[in-house]
Each structure stands twice: as structure tokens, then as C-alpha cells.
Write a protein that binds this ligand. Structure first.
Ligand code: PSU
Ligand code: MN
Length: 303
């Protein structure tokens, strides 16, 4: 769905029209997911990994009311250093009409990537059903968007700041296929696995692409969520992370943090409590996802 707000870099435009592999990347991880300078260093490194693995990276953000597909280094720097708005689905029309700038969440990135015709999207962790959602009703718009969009999204599972069981139930209800990449258990971001058994696994990028193709042949839309475990050398036992996460949630409750501020608040609190260990884990897992995403995009582009 091309529209006048969409600005696609020439390289990406060419790649899309020639059916070459392209991988979309979100920008909220830059503005709200990691501290400076690791945020911008990681964003650049992830793009490099995608190139090294034969695909073209497309980091997406809203800059002065334009949807930029493939932000440049200067724009990346801007998002990394400033106090930036965080745009999910509901925010896009307002932010764009006001000509504001914003980073895009997983939900908003899927919307923009799809406008540009990109099929594969790499992120660190998706948003989900927050712990205590039975009271707060706090469920990330990422989940609805996975159901609505038509992409393959590679992540390292969901962070245990969320209620993973409820998140999985929600995805099942809305028909989102969750695949474990070389794993039978749902990865939990910092931890290679949670205790949640997955129904389906795939052991190679080719196998994932076969499922994508079959879905298209069936005329079905909806995204496929590929969950890729963090490399073992960076994995933290889930019980260890859980104690830290509980403390972070207690801090958020005390400070009455709600709505779109909650996820960034929790991510920041966890990073501070674990020194840079959790940050290094976060960096390692997103790079790992970039490798797999590029490979999926590569096979998906072969007809
Ligand atoms: N989880 C992470 N790191 C992140 C995010 C989630 O481990 O950076 C970001 C993503 O951009 C995700 C967003 O789409 O937070 C979800 O925010 P919310 O819960 O407000 O929907
Ligand atoms: Mn929320």
C-alpha cells in the first residue's frame, strides 16, 4: 500500500522490485530498548550482519512525519541520542499528521514494512501480555498486529517481564503460528528456554520458508513468529532473571508506571540491576536473530 508518506531508500526500492532479500528492523529498540551508545552501535552492527548474510537491511522509523524505510546513520544517531516518541499502531496517524518523529514498535514496524512490501522482520523481543494483565488489561498491540499482518517475524521469544503463558494463549486465539527454531521450548529472551512447550519447530531457514509458502498457497494471511534461542554462552537461567524481573515490576508499580512507558521502564530497570550483563545478552540475541532473518529472507526470495 504505497502512500505519499512512505519514503523508501533507492537501494531498498530496487531490492524489493527485483525480489531480492530485504529484512525490516524496528527502531524502538534503539530509542527505548538500549542505552546510548550501545543502541546505535548495535543497530549498525545488526545491519552489517544482515548484509554479510546476503540481504538488505531496512531499519524503519518516522522522521518529521515521513515513514522512512531504511533510515541512514544520521537518523539512527538522532533516535539513539534524543528523547523520542514511541509509535505503535494507534500513534501513527497522529504523529505523521503532526510531522513529528518517532521510533516504531514491532506493531508499527510491521505496518510500515508491509506498506513497502517487505516480508521478513527481525527484532529482539516482541511485546506481549503483561504480568497482572487480568487487572491492568495491558496487552501489547504487537500481538494483534502479528495476527493482522502477513510477515515472518524473528525474535528471541518474549521477555519474562511478560506473562509468557498468557502471551502464548493470546497468539493461539488470534491464529499466530509460533515456530521454535531448533528448539521445542519457547525461548525467553535472556534464557534459551522457558518451561513452555511449543507445538511446532523448524530446524532450518528452508523449512521455515516452506511453511511461509504453504500459508501463501492456502491464501491465508497472518504473521508467523519464529522464536530463536539466545546463543548458549549468553543464556541466563530463567529463575535468576525472574528475581530481577520481579524487583523491576515492583519498582514500576511503586512509581505507578503504566501504558507505553511500562515496557521501556522495565527494560531500563533490568539493565541497571544486571550491570551490562543483560545488555550484552540483548545485543547477542539480536545479532543471532539478524543472521537467521537474513537467511530466511534469502530462501524466501528464491522462487
Ligand atoms: N521487548 C524487548 N525490547 C524492546 C521492546 C520489547 O525486549 O525494545 C520494544 C519493542 O519495540 C516492542 C515494544 O514492540 O517494546 C513493545 O512495547 P509495548 O509493550 O508498549 O507495546
Ligand atoms: Mn502496553
Amino acid at each position: 500500500m504505497m502512500n505519499k508518506y512512505l519514503k523508501i531508500s533507492n537501494e531498498i526500492k530496487d531490492a524489493i522490485s527485483n525480489h531480492m532479500p530485504v529484512v525490516a528492523l524496528e527502531s524502538t529498540i534503539i530509542s527505548h530498548g538500549m542505552p546510548y551508545p550501545e543502541n546505535v552501535e548495535t543497530a549498525k552492527e545488526v545491519e552489517r550482519i544482515i548484509r554479510d548474510n546476503g540481504a538488505i537491511p531496512a531499519t524503519i522509523a518516522i522522521i518529521k512525519g515521513e515513514i522512512i524505510i531504511g533510515i541512514d546513520e544520521q537518523q539512527m544517531d538522532y533516535l539513539a541520542k534524543n528523547d523520542i516518541k514511541k509509535a505503535s499502531r494507534m500513534d501513527l496517524p497522529y504523529i505523521i499528521s503532526k510531522k513529528y518523529s518517532a521510533s516504531t514498535t514491532v506493531a508499527a514496524t510491521m505496518i510500515c514494512a508491509q506498506m513497502a512490501g517487505i516480508k521478513v522482520f527481525v527484532t529482539g523481543g516482541i511485546g506481549g501480555v503483561h504480568r497482572g494483565a487480568e487487572e491492568s488489561f495491558d496487552i501489547s498491540a504487537d500481538l494483534q498486529e502479528l495476527a493482522k499482518s502477513d510477515m515472518v517475524v524473528v525474535c528471541a521469544g518474549a521477555k519474562a517481564i511478560l506473562d509468557l503463558e498468557k502471551t502464548m494463549e493470546y497468539l493461539e486465539t488470534f491464529g499466530v503460528l509460533v515456530l521454535g527454531y531448533q528448539t521445542d521450548y519457547l525461548p525467553a529472551f535472556y534464557s534459551q528456554e522457558s518451561s513452555i512447550k511449543l507445538l511446532y519447530r523448524a530446524d532450518s531457514a528452508e523449512e521455515i520458508v516452506e511453511v511461509i509458502r504453504c500459508k501463501a498457497e492456502l491464501g491465508m494471511t497472518g504473521s508467523i513468529l519464529v522464536t530463536n534461542p539466545i546463543p548458549s554462552e549468553f543464556s541466563v537461567p530463567i529463575e535468576e532473571m525472574d528475581l530481577i524481573i520481579q524487583q523491576a515490576i515492583a519498582k514500576a508499580n511503586e512509581a505507578q508506571i503504566k501504558g507505553k512507558r511500562l515496557t521501556p521502564f522495565l527494560l531500563d530497570a533490568i539493565q541497571k540491576m544486571t550491570n551490562k550483563d543483560s545488555l550484552h545478552a540483548n545485543i547477542a540475541l539480536i545479532k543471532n536473530n539478524a543472521r537467521l532473518g537474513a537467511e530466511i529472507a534469502y530462501y524466501n526470495s528464491k522462487k
